[in-house]
Design a protein. Structure first.
Length: 394
């Protein structure tokens, strides 16, 4: 397996790293959340470019972003100007990357994954290509969005004008990318990005004492990273990997209009669960999808409606309740739009398990946390999906 418990633990550290920690903030801004927002932005930028007839390599978008998250977890919150200066000095940057690689050398057990991570750190990719420009532009805009939040809490900070000017200048380097031009012009897509950003302020397990206080957006990013690593073992076609990753990234998107309704409440009755689902769909139609380009709506609904159900499309007809093994055997081809909802469901449950387990390990516990770890472990200890033995992750 590409995913093991040490990697899951290291990824989870992204929840502990606080950004802008030299400024007053309404609440902590975690590294994990920033990368989730960045990938949502990258999705919109990439979709605009595809509408323009350009080609985006989504495998690079996904892998580069996850590996960058791993690097940031190791180097922590180096201020952006310092990091940019280090990157200009090849020897110093290589030594920094060597330090990063040394941290994962024993943690990443799979040789193929380890080689890919090594190549990410030390190969000099041409970041002037459109795919890399989309990634880097999304990274900067996510920081710009954060700064707008931080600036409100620091109205008299003398550095505000300087920081904003520097970020805007970096963004202007990506003018010509349609999505960036639209965001800087406050087109409707800006509202969608702001809506997704609100998920950084929605705390999971809100009524349960817990550390760290993970947010819905950070949870979505963590689930997406776990799903990607698990999907690598399925030898996915490009569209299957794309659907699995972005389906995981957007799986809780409706919560931006419903807030985080905890699982015990949803499960309290079948009628209530069904009603909540209906409300999510109707509210999303009114408050989320109007800000997106119409061409993207079907894709987002494919991911966010029945998000934990396996799906394929054959001759324009949706087929659900198919196993991941059947997808691997018969439908692992782009034209079938394969989607492993069952795998995303496991990643979602495992993320909840880690959120509870890490708090208990830190000494902050509650009956709900203990019950969650026991129940999720018991439910999944013998679970396999398409011959991936998932129980060993516990």
């Amino acid at each position: 397996m590409k995913l093991n418990q040490p990697i899951a633990n290291e990824l989870f550290r992204g929840f502990y790293i606080e950004r802008w920690n030299d400024r007053v903030r309404q609440m902590p801004l975690a590294e994990m959340d920033k990368h989730g927002h960045k990938l949502i932005i990258a999705y919109t930028l990439g979709k605009y470019e595809e509408m323009n007839g350009c080609k985006i390599d989504w495998n690079i978008v996904i892998q580069d972003s996850i590996f960058e998250l791993l690097r940031r977890i190791v180097i922590s919150d180096i201020k952006s100007p310092i990091y940019q200066e280090i990157k200009k000095h090849k020897d110093a940057f290589n030594k920094l990357n060597q330090f990063v690689y040394s941290k994962f050398d024993q943690i990443i057990e799979n040789d193929t994954l380890k080689e890919s991570f090594y190549n990410f750190l030390f190969d000099e990719n041409d970041r002037t290509t459109l795919t890399y420009r989309v990634i880097d532009a999304a990274h900067i805009y996510a920081s710009f969005w954060e700064f707008q939040v931080v600036k409100c809490c620091n109205p008299f900070q003398y550095q505000n004008a300087k920081v904003e000017h520097e970020i805007r200048q970096r963004l202007y380097c990506y003018s010509g990318i349609t999505g960036i031009d639209n965001l800087l012009s406050n087109k409707s897509i800006t509202n969608f990005i702001d809506l997704c950003g609100q998920l950084r302020f929605q705390i999971r397990w809100a009524q349960t004492p817990r550390v760290p206080k993970t947010t819905v957006l950070g949870h979505m990013m963590y689930v997406a990273a776990l799903t990607y690593l698990l999907s690598l073992d399925l030898d996915c076609c490009d569209k299957r990997m794309y659907n699995n990753f972005f389906g995981a990234l957007f799986h809780d998107l409706p919560e931006v209009v419903t807030r985080d309704i905890i699982s015990p409440v949803k499960r309290s009755s079948e009628n209530l669960d069904h009603l909540i689902t209906q409300l999510e769909h109707s509210l999303a139609d009114m408050e989320i999808f109007p800000y997106l380009e119409p061409e993207w709506e079907d894709e987002l609904k494919y991911w966010t409606q029945d998000e934990f159900t396996n799906k394929i499309v054959v001759n324009d007809t949706l087929h659900a309740e198919i196993t991941s093994q059947e997808i691997s055997d018969k439908y692992n081809t782009d034209k079938y739009l394969p989607y492993d909802g069952e795998l995303i469901r496991f990643a979602d449950q495992y993320a909840a398990y880690m959120e509870a387990k890490k708090s208990i390990e830190a000494g902050i516990t509650a009956p709900e946390l203990v019950d969650a770890t026991v129940r999720i472990k018991e439910d999944n200890k013998n679970k396999s999906i398409a011959n991936i033995k998932l129980g060993i992750l516990f």
